[in-house]
Design a protein around this ligand. Structure first.
Ligand SMILES: CC(C)(COP(=O)(O)OP(=O)(O)OC[C@H]1O[C@@H](n2cnc3c(N)ncnc32)[C@H](O)[C@@H]1OP(=O)(O)O)[C@@H](O)C(=O)NCCC(=O)NCCS
Length: 151
């Protein structure tokens, strides 16, 4: 998507990105957790639209040739416009730059939108973690689907 620009996330950006994190997840990261996933083995970028508005971000981890997509979020009012796809492609571009050959992620079994996004980019389900996430409905638990992509 040509109208987006991508910018490395620093700990100074996290406060501004927290509303997107909070609006996107039933059990969002705390600001402290988000900050602990910046730098070191982590890599992350936020996207700005042409009005310079922060519309979403991704956070990845890279260890020994394998990358994990830790988080990817698009502000809910802006979802369904191709921004999630643009962020995923940017993440995969960075994974290639890091010379990682395998990508992993975990997604809630109920999160069909995210699963469709990943499947459209050749991720395949490789396993399930039973009752891994506290349910988004507020009671009980739901499975995590583990997906991977070989580059
Ligand atoms: C997952 C997420 C990042 C997708 O962002 P988005 O900007 O809405 O996605 P896009 O508009 O780029 O759509 C990309 C693809 O996702 C899938 N998708 C998006 N919304 C969908 C929906 N409501 N139902 C089914 N598939 C959907 C489609 O495959 C779509 O491709 P297509 O338009 O060619 O059919 C966004 O829904 C989000 O932030 N969700 C909350 C956070 C989250 O769940 N993150 C994933 C954690 S594992």
């Amino acid at each position: 998507m040509n109208s987006l620009t991508f910018h490395q996330i620093t700990t100074a950006d996290v406060k501004q990105l927290m509303p997107i994190e909070n609006n996107c997840h039933s059990h969002p990261w705390s600001e402290k957790t988000f900050k602990s996933c910046i730098n070191g083995r982590y890599f992350s970028e936020y996207a700005l639209d042409k009005k310079q508005l922060k519309i979403g971000f991704y956070v990845g981890e890279h260890v020994a040739g394998e990358a994990t997509l830790m988080d990817i979020c698009v502000e809910p009012s802006l979802q369904g416009k191709g921004y999630g796809k643009a962020l995923l492609l940017q993440f995969l571009q960075q994974v290639k730059t890091l010379n990682a050959s395998k990508v992993f992620l975990e997604v809630r079994a109920s999160n069909i939108a995210a699963q469709m996004l990943y499947m459209n980019h050749n991720f395949i389900e490789i396993s399930r973690r039973t009752a891994y996430y506290p349910s988004a409905k507020g009671f009980g638990y739901e499975d995590a689907i583990v997906m991977s992509l070989t580059l």
